[in-house]
Each structure stands twice: as C-alpha cells, then as structure tokens.
Ligand binder design. Sequence first.
Ligand SMILES: *Cc1c(COP(=O)(O)O)cnc(C)c1O
Length: 804
Amino acid sequence: MFMLTKKELIAELRKNLQEDYAIELEDATSEEIFFSLGSAIKGISNQKWQKTWKNYLKEQQKQVYYFSIEFLPGKLLKSNLLNLGLYELVKETLADLTIDLEEIVEQEKDMALGNGGLGRLASCFMDAIASKGLPGNGNGIRYNYGLFKQQFVDGYQVELPDDWLKKGNVWEIRRDSKAVDVHYGGNVFFEKKEDGHLKVQYENQRILRAVPYDTGMIGYQNNIVNTMRLWGVEIPHSEEGKYRSIEERRVLEDITAVLYPDDSNEKGRCIRLIQEYFFVSAGIQSILRYYQRLGLSPSLLSEKIAIHINDTHPALCIPEFMRILLDEWELSWEQAWDITSKVMSYTNHTILAEALEKWPISLMKNVVPRMFQIIEEIDRRYVLSMSAIHSDELIQRTRIVQGSTIHMAHLAIIGSHSTNGVAKLHSDLLKSVVLHDFYVIFPDRFNNKTNGIAQRRWLQLANEPLSKVLDDTIGHTWRQDSSNLKLLMNYQKDTSVLAKLAAAKQTKKIELADFIEANTGIIVNPEAIFDVQIKRLHAYKRQLLNLLHILKQYFDLKDHPEKRIHPRVYIFGAKAAPSYHYAKSIIKVINEVASLINHDATIHDQIKIIFLPNYNVSLAEKIIPAADVSEQISLASKEASGTSNMKLMLNGAITLATLDGANIEIRDAVGDENIVIFGLSEAQVYAYYENKNYSSIEIYEKNPMIQRVLNAFINGEIPNIEQEGREIFDSLLTYNDEYFLLRDFDSYCAAQSRIEQEYQNSTDWQRRCLINIANAGVFSADETVQQYADDIWHIEPLFAHESK
Ligand SMILES: *Cc1c(COP(=O)(O)O)cnc(C)c1O
C-alpha cells in the first residue's frame, strides 16, 4: 500500500496551490483546493498506472476493450481516494485544517457522459474490472457537453447545457502522441495492383483527428490502474487549409460536442452515425497499433484482444476491424472474418422494438462507404453460408441488410461469438421472442450476464453510517468481497443490530430531508416512509402508475378527513429526453400534483411529493441511502435488468416491484416475504399481445376509483395541466394504455397497502431490510465482470499463472 503522511499531503497541496493559483492554502477556495488535491491524487495513481500498463505490455496480457458510446462515472475524487487507500488520511488531514472533505467533493463536476443505466453500467464495470485486477479498458467519446442539466420552470422540464469541462478535468491526460486519423465520406473504388490484386482507393474523403484523453480507472487497493480512453475530435493540421469558414470548422468540431440525450430512440441521424464511426475507428486503430508493437502474427489476435460491444452503438467495430485486416494487413476475407468474430462480443440492452438500432443504407453509404461495402459482403456471405442449412424465410428475417435498412443488432450477433442479455428474464426473452430466429441459428452464442453495481461507490462511499454498522457487526471483509455481506444474516434476530440499522437509515433520511428543504424549500418529515422512484422518465417505467396511486391515496384522505396513514414522502428523480413529448408531459403533471398536494393543509402533511431536479449519479448517491421503498414498477418484460433496484436493495430499501428484469433475481435472493411483488407476469403480458384482448376502457368503466383518478386529469381538479392532462387521459383510454397501467392499478394499490401495514411493525421491517442488505452481494459488478472475464473475454489478472 502506498504510504503518504499528513505532512507530505499538506506539502503537496501547498505546492500545487502555489504553482497553479499563486495562493496560500489558508486563502484558497474549495474549488482551488479540489483541483490541487485532485492533481496530488492523480500524481500518486499515475505511478501505479504506468506500472500497470507496462506490465500488461511485458506480459503480453490479453486485454478487453469495452466499447461504449456512454460512460457515466459521476464524481471521481472520493472513489479514487477510497481505491488508493487514502480516504481516511485525506479526510483527517483536511479536517485538521478545518476543511470538510464533503465540501471539496461538491466542487467536482459530475462526469455525465451517459443517459442512464447503460452508461452507469459501463462505469460500474470499469471500477469492477480494475478492482478485480483484470486487464480491461474503456473506449468512448469525450463529449464537450454531458447530458443536459434539468431545471423545472412552472413544472416543465427545461434543459440547460452541461459545460462540465469549462474549468478543466483534473483526472484526464491528453495524449497527442496517440492521436489517430479517422476518415469518412467521399467515394471508394478499387484499383488493380501489378500483382492482379485489387486495392481499395478513396477520393474526396474527409479526415478527422481523434485525440485520446485517458483517465485512470483505479482498482480497489490492489495497485492496478486501467485506462478509460475517451476520444475528442479535432481538425488535422493537414486539413486546416480546407476549412475556410468558422461554420465549416464548427460542423466538424460538433461531432464530439454533445451526447445524444435519448436512450431509446436514435435520432439526430447523420452526426450520430459519424460519432459512432469516429470512436469505433479511433479505438480499433489504436488497439491494432498496440498489437503490432507486440510483433505477433495476426492469427493470435483473439488470444491477446477481446472487444466488447456495449449495445449496438459500437457495432461498427466489426466492419472496421475487418477493414483494417483486409485493406491494411491484406489478410484473406476468411481469415479476417474468423479472427474478427472470435475477438468480438456483444451485449443487448433492450427488448423494446423501437430501441433496436437501424440505419438507412443511403446514410451509411454516404457517411462510411467502405463500412457499407463490408457490411454488404458480410450479409451476402451470411445468406450464402446459411442457405444450405436454414429455410429461406429464416435467413431473410435475420439478414443484416433488409430492404433499405441496416439492422445493427443483426450485425452484432452475426459478427461476434457471444450475445448476452442483462438479467435472466431478459436473456430468456431474447432467446424465446426478440432474437428467437438468431437463437435457432446460433444457440451457443446466447448467454446471460445479470447486471451488477459497484458496491464500493453505492455503499461504502454513499452510505457511511450503514458501512459503519456493518464494520461493527460483521467486520471489514465485506469491503473487499461483498459476498461477505451474507454474514449479516446471523443478526436477523439481534434487536440491537436492527436498531443500529434503523438509526443509520434515519441519519441518511435526515440528511436528505435537509437537502430537500435547502433545494426545494419544502419541509419533509424524516419519520415518514421515503418512497423512491429514480430513473429515466419513460412510459414503460410507469412513473405515471406511481402518480395514479398517489392520487388515489390523496382522494381517500380527502373523502375521509378522519383517516390517518403513516406519512409518506414520494421522491422522484427523472430526466426526459428533450424530444420525448409524452415523458415531458408526465413530468409536468407530477409537478402539478405535487404542488396541489404539498400545499393542501386538509391532509395534514400525510403525503408529500418531491420531484428533485437534475437526477444524476451524485443525486442518486444522496437519495438511495435514505430510501425505505424502492419503486421498480415497469410493465413485466420491458425493463431489461434495472440497476437502481440493486443500489436501493443494497442500502436496505424494500423493493416494491413487478416481476421484471433483475427484480425477479432480487426476489429469488431475498425470498417472497422480503419483497413486495404485484402486477401482471411477463407471460400474462404476452398473452394479451397474443389474444389482442386488452381493453383499458373496459377496466375504466368497471372501476369507480380509476374513473375518479383519471377524470382528475381533465376536469380541472389538477390545476394547470389542460393539455398534458388530456394527453395522458387519452393515452390511457383512447390509445388503450400501451403499458397496461390500468390493468395493474388495483394490484399496485394493494401492494402499497401492504407496504403501509408492514411498515408499522418496525422490528419486522428492519429485519427485512437486513435480509435485503445481506443478500445484495450477488449483484456486485465484481461478480458480473468475473463472469464476463471467464465466459466471454477469457482474460486473467496479471501474474495469475505465477500465483496458481
Ligand atoms: C443506476 C442509475 C440509473 C439506472 O436506473 P434504472 O432504475 O435501473 O433505470 C440511471 N441513472 C443514474 C444516474 C443511475 O445512477
């Protein structure tokens, strides 16, 4: 372990403040201290980083490259301190100087280069891969602007730019020496060489300079530092002369300007496709350049390199890898194809048909003509090779190129050796429904890897009071190996442990209540049940179902003024894609219901609704430790896995859930008594699709409470939602309620009543929280990446052979 004394740390801090800001520690602002501390910490991790990659090179270690168009690391200071084993030292040193570490931490901008679950998963994996000592690197885009900042104005979502780089990013290193050129556009043709072979030629191509910015991904107290490489775009010097106007330059520089703020529909078309090719091509070029340094034969590529395609956005990895092997290394198609498919693996993240990525041929041809040629050839050979084995219908349905459309998921499956889903149910549905045709053709390629979370961030860092109770009760080993959380099961009946858990929860609830008051002006009662739904706003996630129940509860109280319930605080956090009109209407309506109920004195503060703006990783870290109830209420079959469900369980919230995604595995881990399940099963949902016999109007007509609640959207009872209320009302009745909210409504209300009752028995409630915490270890990303490493990537830690 690296040793640093308080004195050395202070000296380093003073030196950095002097050099960077010409200021004394005593006069420095929190922000100046943050940047100076950050560079001191980076200095320490850089030594380990350099050693790590030199060892990888020397040992010719097989490495995985995780390609993801999104990474959502949040803030890195605390996590880096923890992983370097410097957390306590730094905290105490600053405290000696009467500086609060938390205040310094707040100065860091969230690195929000992702929309939600998919990007956060990639970052949890980066942490876990390093912490497992596995050789693995991230490859993505350094967006100049992260996901928009959300504000509410008159209850409406307003999007503001997230200029996160304005004051610099202490963690990154720009590596000009590793920059590569990415070519796109223009025309491609073939010329016969003297030996009769065809050589690919280009004309009128455009060139982009891809400059890597590397960030060290620090393993948990193991001296390993891996690399997350994010590419930024620049205009190459050789091309400077071609861009005369600022507008022309702007168009190019815009390629890595913004993250597309939409995690289900692909819009923005042309720039988005260039983005995809840009980070794929830069990444693949730099991997193959590294491989060439090893001086090994191309046939050994798959023994040294694994490339993972996180959802289909990086699926161009397949044709780009082929392009270099064919055009530059001059391998035969057969050999190149064999190597490529052994190197590549793919994770599917969705079963929503509208979220499966497709591109028009015309666009692909224009933007990346050589990619299109290679895709066409892959497709042609696929059809040819399958025609002797499978029916023509099956082959046509699974082709990559169909009509004028390119199906990226088909490319990813056909061009890789592994396709995995992200929870058991999801992987089963891929095999039986969504990708069934491919499962018939390639049964061995399909597998499941249930998502996981970085438990260090979501428990050790986010929830110190709970961590302390765990240390006092079961010792420290859970910090290294989260399966040891199981030890807590021995204390189910220990009322003093249960009381300590309750007290830890209460501490975090009071902190959150203070935060809520400071940020919204609303006072909430920390004795209330904190009922939390935090995730992107999407119709299938059914925030609206949550709201319908809140309205029912509200009307019950209005109708029965003598009635008393356990006070409840409903906490929402959610961003809607700026172009997702319906999701924005739901935000508006939640905010209007909130202001109606929060200000209604007749219900005696028994219900509060808090919609915290700008949900992101840092806000999640504040909300999750304070949650009593975790709302995971998507329509069964629609949520691939979910990961906020795991974070909340780990922090001792009781899950209120449909049998969807990883909720099923949470139930299996904790047992039926320790989770509250409601709603249609996935099989019942599919039966409705099959029989086409769902009728929301029928349910509405038979159910007076549903009428009461839905009518409130159009009769003025909820103020200021004339348009949005009508839109939502119509979506549920005129358009037959796509996500079956009305069908699950009664069952959901009954489940909410159970929560209400069960919370009254506080010892029993605490015992169930304990069981949730104790069984959350299986959802550690450490476990998940180990499975990827063993089953898909075939990578090992450094020196694994020697220690065996
Ligand atoms: C964990 C996380 C998510 C994913 O939440 P789900 O409920 O699984 O969709 C999204 N955004 C942030 C900031 C997260 O931390």
